[in-house]
Design a protein around this ligand. Structure first.
Ligand code: TPP
Length: 288
């Protein structure tokens, strides 16, 4: 069952810039997939639009490259139709915390059984450097000129995920392969909505949130006495406004999955993929 590096090698040429944090994320993803005992045909990668959205092009697994801000709804549909898949969403901070924020919060509250990897570079990179929902206040870009630069505080994706009900919430760093691989493996195998916000410097457009910036500020939650079963403590860590940046598992819990709440009989959708009446019933229930 082991998946080899050769099997994962894609035909496409990588177009990310030299030094981009996405290389670290891709390398960690390949390692995680090779280390997990999951058949290759069970993986599906679902991405939005952005440099981050190209990730599935560069690893040879089943994939959907969807619309801007919309990978989570597509992943939710996949999950409803097939319980065996390992579904991993690759989304940018713009994709997920701007256009996609409503989907993100509702998928967390529904505890949809998918893993969401947010490639968080604090900037809209593919569209050439506009400030994004996770750019810091005062961040200067073409669309946020000084003064004052970005005129508001960033979206705190980790805090939103915890409050909305995600059952696994972690932050990784593209510059720390070893712990990123471990966090990815845990997110992929977690039963429920797993969020992994991955700090990922953009070397072309973001001159503030650099490799050096992060290397000087990052600390590990597991080495700092954090208890990941404590949701309130997790939120406090997520909202810590000091200059230090925590990485690791903020919160790990459990809860009923969306598919259980809908009382879809085990295997029914899979075995009766053409049962349109059942699909209509489920869609009706989701309209609430
Ligand atoms: C509906 C819609 N609005 C805007 C765009 C233009 N657009 C493409 S990518 C992008 C932002 C990408 O930023 P992010 O999600 O942070 O990804 P990155 O490129 O930084 O990985 C935008 C605004 C689009 N393609 N579709």
């Amino acid at each position: 069952m082991t998946i080899t590096a050769e099997e994962l090698a894609p035909p496409q040429k990588i177009t990310w810039c030299t030094g981009c944090g996405n290389f670290g994320i891709l390398a960690a993803l390949k390692k995680a997939v090779m280390e997990l005992d999951i058949p290759r045909h069970d993986y599906v990668l679902v991405s939005g639009i952005g440099c981050s959205g190209k990730t599935p092009h560069y690893i040879n697994l089943n994939s959907f490259h969807t619309l801007h801000g919309r990978p989570i709804p597509v992943a939710t549909g996949l999950r409803m139709a097939n319980r065996d898949l390992r579904i991993i969403v690759h989304t940018g901070d713009g994709d997920c915390y701007a256009e996609g924020l409503g989907h993100f919060i509702h998928a967390a509250r529904r505890n949809v059984d998918i893993a969401v990897f947010v490639h968080n570079n604090g900037v809209n990179a593919l569209t050439k450097g506009q400030y994004s929902p996770s750019s810091p206040r005062g961040y200067v870009s073409k669309t946020s000129p000084p003064p004052p630069g970005a005129p508001m505080d960033p979206v705190n994706g980790v805090a939103h995920a915890i409050v909305a009900g995600a059952t696994f919430v972690a932050r990784g760093y593209a510059g720390d392969q070893k712990s990123l691989v471990g966090l990815m493996k845990e997110a992929i195998t977690h039963r429920g909505f797993a969020v992994l916000d991955i700090i990922q410097p953009c070397v072309t457009w973001n001159r503030k949130l650099t490799w050096r910036y992060y290397n000087e500020r990052i600390y590990r939650l597991e080495e700092d006495g954090h208890d990941p079963s404590d949701r309130i403590a997790a939120l406090q860590r997520a909202m810590d406004s000091s200059e230090r940046i925590p990485v690791g598992v903020f919160y790990r819990g459990e809860g009923p999955l969306l598919i259980e709440g809908l009382s879809v009989p085990e295997g029914r959708l899979r075995d009766h993929a053409t049962d349109l009446k059942l699909l209509e019933e489920i869609i009706d229930r989701l309209r609430v």
